[in-house]
Design a protein around this ligand. Structure first.
Ligand code: HAM
Length: 417
């Protein structure tokens, strides 16, 4: 029986993987300018880290984690998101000892046991950032600005930003009671997910896609913010305005993870069926201490790279493709073959992408391969050319041919690039 990849995973092959490299290099480039350094943490961590970090009542922890017992009997989990592991590393490596803000980014796979569909996978990839050590709303705005610049620079069109303040745990607890009092008489009208969310995490009910008709007149968390939270939220907005970053306030935005305080935000874009969230994040002032660290604040985001790519592809964006060789060597006869090997190596040493035929095929077959690979030139070498110390360079687009001295080939190719 032939094996197949696990459900909800993807093989990224040459021809497509260049798109990933493009997104990754843009992410790194934007992070460089914003002064975020890369962090690489393990793909698996102690299960308890996610239970405490992400939250016991979240869908992620309740239903979606890839958890296993290792041979030492410890419960381990493939990371379902990046923040908890980065916070763990921040505490374990005592990065909080740095008097300056600690700014980190990561790019890598995450794992959630979800029902796969377009834009939803069991292994997916996030580009994420986390900034620790300041409660300044300017840092929330910087995090959002970095995400905004990334999307802009990869050429994404028409994406939007929604922001909200989810206050503090104490404010949410008081609001929760009021919200439950509003929802209780409507309980039977709500969908199954909402009824179960009412028990576990009622704030998420308001975010439901199907039950909106029942939520007219629902209380809003934004009306319950205390002066400090309201001031923080105002300042985040004023910084966004200062940077000309457009946003909408969505008072129903609560996100699917428990750790947020103050700012929560999502980037959205149309084009992946019913899914429109392409990235999200926010501030998490209690998380570092929740996982055993000091009282330090944090703020960050995670952007799903599969989703970004799907939207870009739907928008017909021009994306990088597989490397095309500058030159394809066509060698005829044993002596030419030997010389072609050394020429190939020499031009590659000069930084030129080059390919040759292996298998001693006829000229026509070799030229066909050169065409298939979309080489710019075919460099044809037979006994006659060898005797003259030359090679025939054929421009495959125009059909033009010229004889080039063997020792001048690399220079000639570099000139034509
Ligand atoms: P999240 O909203 O759970 O937040 O995920 C962030 C992004 O990851 C989503 O907006 C989406 O683009 C992508 N994503 C999530 N699940 C899947 C999936 N099954 N398939 C494909 N893409 C997916 C977090 O993970 C937080 N750690 C973000 C954060 C960082 N908050 C603060 N710092």
């Amino acid at each position: 029986m032939a094996f197949q990849k696990p459900k909800g995973t993807q093989d990224l092959l040459p021809g497509t993987v260049e798109r990933w490299q493009f997104l990754e290099s843009k992410a790194r480039e934007v992070c460089r300018r914003f002064m975020y350094g890369e962090i690489r943490t393990p793909i698996f961590e102690a299960t308890e880290l996610f239970q405490r970090g992400v939250g016991e009542t979240t869908d992620i922890v309740e239903k979606e984690m890839y958890t296993f017992e290792d041979k030492g009997g410890r419960s381990m989990t493939l990371r379902p998101e990046g923040t908890a592991g980065v916070v763990r590393a921040y505490v374990e490596n005592k990065l909080y000892g740095d008097p300056d803000i600690t700014k980190l980014y990561y790019i890598g796979p995450m794992f959630r046991y979800e029902q796969p569909q377009a834009g939803r996978y069991r292994q997916f990839h996030q580009f994420g950032i986390e900034a620790f050590g300041s409660s300044d709303p300017g840092l929330d705005a910087e995090v959002i600005a970095l995400g905004h610049q990334f999307y802009k620079e990869i050429g994404l069109q028409g994406f939007t930003l929604e922001i909200n303040s989810v206050g503090t745990p104490a404010i949410r607890a008081a609001f929760r009671e009021e919200l439950l009092a509003f929802l209780a008489p409507k309980k039977d009208l709500l969908c199954k997910d909402c009824r179960s969310r009412m028990e576990r995490n009622p704030l998420r009910v308001l975010d439901c896609k199907v039950d909106q008709e029942h939520f007219a007149g629902a209380p809003s968390l934004l009306d319950h913010l205390d002066a400090e939270c309201a001031d923080h939220f105002d300042k985040v907005q004023s910084y966004l305005k200062e940077m000309n970053i457009p946003y909408d306030i969505n008072p129903k935005l609560v996100r699917g993870l428990d750790y947020y305080t103050h700012t929560a935000f999502e980037f959205k874009a149309a084009g992946i069926g019913s899914i429109d969230t392409i990235g999200g994040g926010g501030r998490y002032n209690g998380l570092v201490s929740d996982v055993g660290g000091p009282e330090q604040t944090g703020v960050g985001f995670g952007l799903g790279l599969e989703r970004v790519l799907l939207v870009l592809e739907n928008q017909g964006a021009e994306l990088p493709a597989a490397t095309k060789p500058e030159v394809y060597f066509v060698a005829l006869g044993e002596a030419a073959e030997r010389r072609a090997v050394s020429l190939l190596n020499a031009v590659r040493e000069k930084g030129i992408a080059a390919e040759k035929d292996y298998g001693g095929r006829k000229m026509k077959a070799q030229l066909k391969s050169a065409d298939r690979l979309a080489a710019k030139y075919a460099a044809i070498l037979g006994d006659d050319e060898l005797l003259r110390g030359e090679i025939v360079l054929k421009n495959l687009a125009t059909g033009e041919q010229e004889a080039v001295a063997l020792d001048k080939l690399a220079d000639r190719l570099l000139e034509g690039q």
